[in-house]
Design a protein around this ligand. Structure first.
Ligand code: SF4
Ligand code: SF4
Length: 93
């Protein structure tokens, strides 16, 4: 399935507590817990780098403010593969 990603997600490791809620809730399963420990001794969430739809579910289920930022990507006809800052979550369309 080579469908173009519609979103992009950034995990801020210093805010992540490694609870895994975002990993479990992501519909396309594009988040994982890192194998290595963060500076805080937890396995932080990490984006696999593909298939994010920008749905924002991970943002809404994360208990840590500031741990996740979701971007929705503009359609190719308007701006090729350029990330559109959508604020701190995907709810602002
Ligand atoms: S925005 Fe949606 S698809 Fe992207 S990582 Fe979060 S839950 Fe998964
Ligand atoms: S839900 Fe938030 S705190 Fe929990 S693993 Fe994901 S980013 Fe980290």
């Amino acid at each position: 399935m080579a469908e173009r990603a519609r979103g992009k997600v950034f995990i801020h490791e210093e805010e992540c507590k490694g609870c895994g809620l975002c990993v479990e809730s992501c519909p396309p399963h594009c988040l994982v817990l890192a194998a290595e420990l963060s500076a805080y001794g937890v396995h932080p969430a990490r984006y696999t780098g593909q298939d994010c739809t920008g749905c924002g579910i991970c943002f809404y289920c994360c208990p840590e403010p500031g741990a996740i930022t979701v971007y929705r990507l503009k359609k190719p006809a308007k701006a090729a593969a350029e990330a559109q800052p959508g604020g701190v979550h995907a709810g602002a369309v």
